[in-house]
Ligand binder design. Structure first.
Ligand SMILES: [Zn+2]
Length: 446
């Protein structure tokens, strides 16, 4: 397949804009990039998409999400409103996840993937919980990924909050899914991490069991210090802060994702850096849960690869860019904070490097040999549009409605805003049939 007449944004380092270029996609990869148009003998043989001057850029990557959160949309929480994050966990998430069965897990993944395709988000790293349907739940999500065509990572969040039996079942589900992945049961675009909820719901013996169960080369995916209570809990347990406690059990490694890290201190940052672990930042979630903001710029300055996720919010990563851009300025009362270039560092370069580390796949860049994960964007700039100011165009100019085409592994998932791999109407109908049942099971727990 050839895509011609495109303004190509390479998102390579350094970023480059090719004014009127073409790419040749062969199989799942970008075979060749041409600074004008390919000769007719090639064009005649291939399927040709004329971009008509649209931007061609890498599909977006989300470093942390929860597909199962889909059913919370518009859902009321009975009783007094949650007053802080621990109450949000207790009243919302730890009851909603218990209302999920396998059908609900599969359907929630599908609706999120539909949303992701529409928003040009081509890779998502999911973190899953369904305490009443643990075994096989990661296959439900993988099945949705097989059908949607997206690049997906998933894991099961091990926790002691529902007792040892469920914690062990969670460990088993992670280990089982990793084994299937190792056996090559899934295509390369479906890859695992080993999920853990958070230090405050994990006992020492469970952390030990997780460290024993994870195969060499795989990473943990865990929420850390999203609220101060995680630090208080860890200090009360062992006199150490969360990152130190986790490190004692071997949870930090070069493939581990530390989610949020809002309340970690300088020593914890140094330890993350030393262990070469990754941090993922979700500003919309931080604002919604009113937990504060992590010291993202300090961590980047220290050389910690901070990535950008959405924590189950809409799958538009540009919305997350915009939130990051605004939130840190307001939080610090300083308009110099969090330049758009810092967000590009997270959302483009670090997210791409994370996926490379976890799956071996080179995505998030338009370069020869990289995976053909691409979106087309109908953006007509009315000010100079250069590699240097591109991140500010994303923040102030890019709109979700401009995304017209999404491609993963060289396969077209959406063309001219029409989704080709999934039946949108059917999935929405299915989800809408299921939701009242899930809400009922949720409400019964109060
Ligand atoms: Zn999360």
């Amino acid at each position: 397949m050839i895509i011609k007449n495109a303004k190509i944004i390479t998102c390579s380092m350094p970023d480059e804009i090719i004014e009127n270029g073409s790419i040749y996609i062969k199989g799942d990869r970008i075979e060749k990039i041409c600074k004008d148009t390919f000769p007719n003998e090639i064009l005649d043989k291939e399927e040709v998409i004329d971009a008509h001057g649209q931007l061609l850029m890498p599909g977006a990557i989300c470093a942390h999400t929860h597909f199962y959160g889909a059913y919370s949309r518009g859902m009321g929480i009975p009783g007094e409103p949650a007053a802080d994050f621990p109450e949000i966990l207790e009243k919302l998430w730890w009851r909603l996840d218990k209302a999920l069965d396998h059908e609900a897990v599969y359907t929630s993944a599908l609706v999120c993937m539909l949303d992701a395709i529409k928003h040009g988000t081509t890779t998502l790293i999911d973190h899953h919980a369904s305490p009443n349907a643990i075994e096989g739940s990661l296959d439900d999500i993988a099945q949705a990924a097989l059908e949607s065509g997206l690049r997906i990572s998933t894991c099961y969040e091990v926790s002691d909050r529902d007792g040892k039996e469920k914690a062990l079942a969670g460990i088993h589900e992670n280990a089982r899914f990793i084994k299937k992945y190792q056996a090559g049961d899934y295509p390369e675009r479906i890859f695992p991490t080993f999920g853990l909820h958070a230090s405050l719901t994990l006992d020492d013996d469970t952390l030990e069991a997780c460290a024993a169960a994870i195969p060499e080369g795989f990473g943990f995916h865990i929420h850390v210090a999203e609220h101060q209570v995680d630090e208080f809990d860890s200090l009360a347990r062992c006199g150490k802060r969360v990152i130190e406690r986790l490190d004692d059990f071997g949870i930090l490694n070069p493939a581990s994702i530390i989610v949020h890290a809002v309340h970690i201190d300088a020593k914890e940052m140094m330890l993350i850096k030393e262990k070469e672990a990754w941090v993922s930042h979700q500003p919309r979630s931080n604002m919604n849960n009113a937990v504060g903001l992590p010291q993202v710029e300090s961590m980047l300055h220290l050389g910690i690869p901070v990535c950008l996720g959405n924590d189950g919010f809409s799958n538009s990563m540009w919305d997350e860019w915009k939130a990051a851009y605004l939130a840190h300025k307001l939080w610090h009362k300083d308009p110099r904070r969090m330049g758009a270039d810092k967000i590009a560092e997270m959302a483009w370069y670090n997210n791409a490097a994370l996926v490379k580390k976890l799956s071996g796949s080179q995505v998030g860049t338009i370069q020869e040999g990289a995976k053909a994960d691409v979106m087309l964007v109908d953006y007509q700039p009315f000010t100079p549009f250069q590699a240097g100011n591109l991140p500010w165009h994303v923040v102030f100019g890019f709109q979700n409605s401009m995304i017209t085409t999404t491609i993963v592994d060289g396969k077209i998932l959406m063309k001219d805003r029409k989704i080709l791999t999934l039946d949108e109407e059917e999935i929405s109908h299915q989800a809408l049939q299921l939701a009242p049942r899930i809400w009922e099971r949720y409400n019964q727990q109060f």
